[in-house]
Design a protein around this ligand. Structure first.
Ligand code: ACM
Length: 633
């Protein structure tokens, strides 16, 4: 009995020591600096919450409602603290000396002072909420520390494609909440594409009465094994857009709308065929493509991919796009308006007499220069309204528009070239793990996805500042973004599965200085805590596979040393080739597997969280010198 008690006690001490040992106090993204001090602040219901400045009361309310949920008590909110009050004080005094969006938290035995400008205080409160341990005996014991924090990049973005699949306003708000909890500040809202136009434009109602509906969607991975024959439709009204913008602004998130041009325009062309080089030509649909309904006339696309029918560079098109952009600009306060520019095939422009005559008239060399002309016309319009354009890196081809910011997605080369031309750049290279539509493991258990592999460690390893640039040129890298294209993402739950925990990696590379990044601490100490919190809510996520080594061999014994990647989750395993589940063996950290010389075993593991979420199954070959069957044959 005594022995059992001491083991339990030891486990308790080890666990507490673990949490307290985390040099980042459980915060994602890791702060610029955390200095631990001795002692602790005992948060209980006698503590007062002080905010002298009315404009900061929103932040103290946010903190207080969190404390109420976590601690079961709400604090008294005051304008100033009495001499003997134990207090948490939010203040903007001196905050103008801090870096933009920066904050400081000072935790002592007597009080906690939190300093920042509005956005800084908002981020400080996010950090406070993350660092608070669980309540014990009506107290939350917060270790003493000084935190000094500010972002590495001023642009910290996450994108969402609502065209391939559409998501309700309530979920867009949840997406914004997740972003703000992890200190991202830019939501790139991809609103128009071939498979649906998703924003109300009052001057052109057919964009949504026609362009927001497709008659079906392919089933399975492109090119698909059939069509679901289901009408798919939806768009955001301007009132809904305003609601989202207000929600985002309250969380210090700027929303950048994307209106795609000149390519990815099938939905707009289905609504207004005169925007095409060939208004009378049917939308091209390969005979083998699964299709629902008519194949005649202009159609909203039901297939994924890149399509030849793009905007014709006519005066009528520029007038249309100018009017569309004017309504968008009137809605969105963002300095930046994203105008797409990617994946615009030149086939129709090559075939079109109008386009070829225009190339001659404007003395352009080719269709790439025509695209550059197109983008520059749009840029002039957007600039004349006091805004700036962002375009995907194809806008470099044929010459960059003078004031454009480039979003480098096909790699980093576009971003490097643009920075060398003194243009601002946002890095979102698809080969460096920032395409969150890519799968998170190679397991066949992964749901249908676009392909590519991006385990969260891949974006975590990415540094958005290219070494090729001089320090002066590096200043043009204003930030980093991850993209979420939704061809294979039909539901909010699948969005959550695809962005968590990769959102944490994005957060850390966007905010934390490179020298402070630490994959081990991130994977083993912080991710498990954050995912365990999501496990208690209705938020889905990708469950990481077990952390650690399974293949250390001593004599005939493999020592299996695994850690759970989600606090509170269990690891189950089999050694008999069956698929592990709750009914399999429960892993404990003294697992040893004896494998006689010349033999091997396959260890299969699965992680199952308290709410029942499951990781993919991993397989590790425990090989004690067994002959390699493949090399024999
Ligand atoms: C893109 O992924 N086509 C920008």
């Amino acid at each position: 009995m005594k022995k059992l008690l001491s083991i339990v006690l030891l486990a308790f001490i080890v666990q507490r020591a673990d949490a307290q040992d985390d040099p980042n106090m459980g915060i994602i993204p890791a702060p610029v600096s955390v200095k631990k001090n001795s002692g602790s602040f005992k948060l209980d219901k006698t503590v007062v919450l002080v905010s002298a400045d009315a404009k900061n009361s929103r932040m103290s309310d946010l903190l207080n409602s969190f404390i109420a949920t976590k601690g079961g008590f709400a604090l008294r909110e005051l304008k100033s603290a009495g001499e003997n009050d134990k207090s948490i004080v939010l203040s903007s005094a001196g905050a103008d000396q801090l870096p933009a969006e920066g904050y400081q938290i000072n935790i002592s035995d007597k009080n906690i002072t939190i300093t920042g400008t509005e956005a800084g205080l908002f981020y400080a409160v996010q950090s406070m909420m993350q660092l608070m341990p669980e309540k014990k005996d009506e107290q939350i014991i917060i270790p003493a520390a000084e935190i000094n924090d500010y972002p590495r990049f001023r642009y910290r973005g996450l994108h969402l494609d609502v065209c391939r699949h559409m998501f309700p306003v309530s979920f867009v708000k949840k997406y914004i909440d997740l972003m703000s909890q992890y200190k991202l500040n830019t939501f790139h809202w991809h609103l128009t594409d071939d498979q649906g136009w998703r924003i109300e434009i009052k001057k052109y109602p057919k964009l949504t009465t026609v362009g927001a509906t497709r008659s079906g969607t392919i089933i399975g991975h492109h090119p698909g094994v059939g069509t679901d024959n289901k009408e798919y439709k939806g768009f955001y009204t301007q009132e809904e857009v305003k609601d989202v913008l207000a929600y985002a602004a309250a969380r210090y998130i700027n929303v950048i709308p994307e209106i795609e041009l000149p390519g990815h325009a099938s939905a707009a062309i289905a609504a207004y065929p005169e925007l095409s080089c060939f208004p009378d030509r049917d939308t091209f649909v390969d005979a083998k493509t699964p299709w629902s309904g008519s194949r005649k006339g202009k159609q909203v696309q039901q297939q994924w991919g890149v399509f030849d029918d793009v905007f014709v560079p006519s005066e009528a098109t520029f007038k249309f796009l100018g009017n569309v952009l004017d309504e968008v600009i009137a809605l969105f306060p963002s300095k930046y308006i994203h105008i797409g520019g990617d994946e615009s095939p030149k086939e129709y422009w090559k075939e079109s007499k109008f386009c070829q005559d225009l190339i001659k008239k404007l003395k352009l060399k080719n269709e790439h220069e025509l695209q550059s002309y197109f983008i520059q016309r749009i840029e002039k319009h957007v600039n004349s309204r006091g805004r700036s354009i962002i375009g995907w890196d194809e806008i470099l081809e044929g010459g960059l528009a003078p004031n454009a910011t480039v979003m480098s997605w096909r790699g980093t080369e576009g971003g490097i070239a643009a920075a060398k031309e003194n243009h601002d750049v946002i890095m979102t290279p698809n080969g460096d793990g920032l395409y969150y539509d890519h799968r998170q493991s190679l397991s066949a258990d992964e749901p249908t996805n676009i392909g590519g592999l991006s385990h969260y460690s891949k974006p975590y390893a990415y540094d958005p500042i290219p070494k090729e640039l001089t320090p002066e040129q590096q200043k043009h890298i204003i930030g980093v973004q991850a993209n979420l294209w939704t061809e294979y993402i039909e539901t909010p739950a699948k969005i959550e599965y695809m962005i968590l925990p990769r959102l944490f990696s994005l957060s850390e590379i966007a905010w934390t200085p490179t020298a402070r990044k630490d994959l081990k601490n991130f994977s083993e100490e912080r991710i498990p805590v954050h995912l365990a919190r999501f496990d208690k809510t209705s938020t889905n996520y990708w469950v990481p596979t077990p952390i650690g080594q399974a293949d250390t061999l001593q004599g005939e014994t493999f020592k299996i040393d695994l850690k759970t990647p989600v606090h509170g989750a269990e690891i189950y395993y089999t050694l008999d080739l069956t698929r592990p589940a709750e009914t399999a063996n429960l892993y404990t950290n003294d697992l040893k597997v004896i494998v006689p010389k010349g033999e091997k075993r396959i260890l299969k593991t699965i992680v199952i969280t308290p709410s029942g979420k499951r990781s993919v199954v991993t397989e590790t070959v425990l090989n004690n010198g067994a002959p390699d069957v493949k090399s024999k044959s």
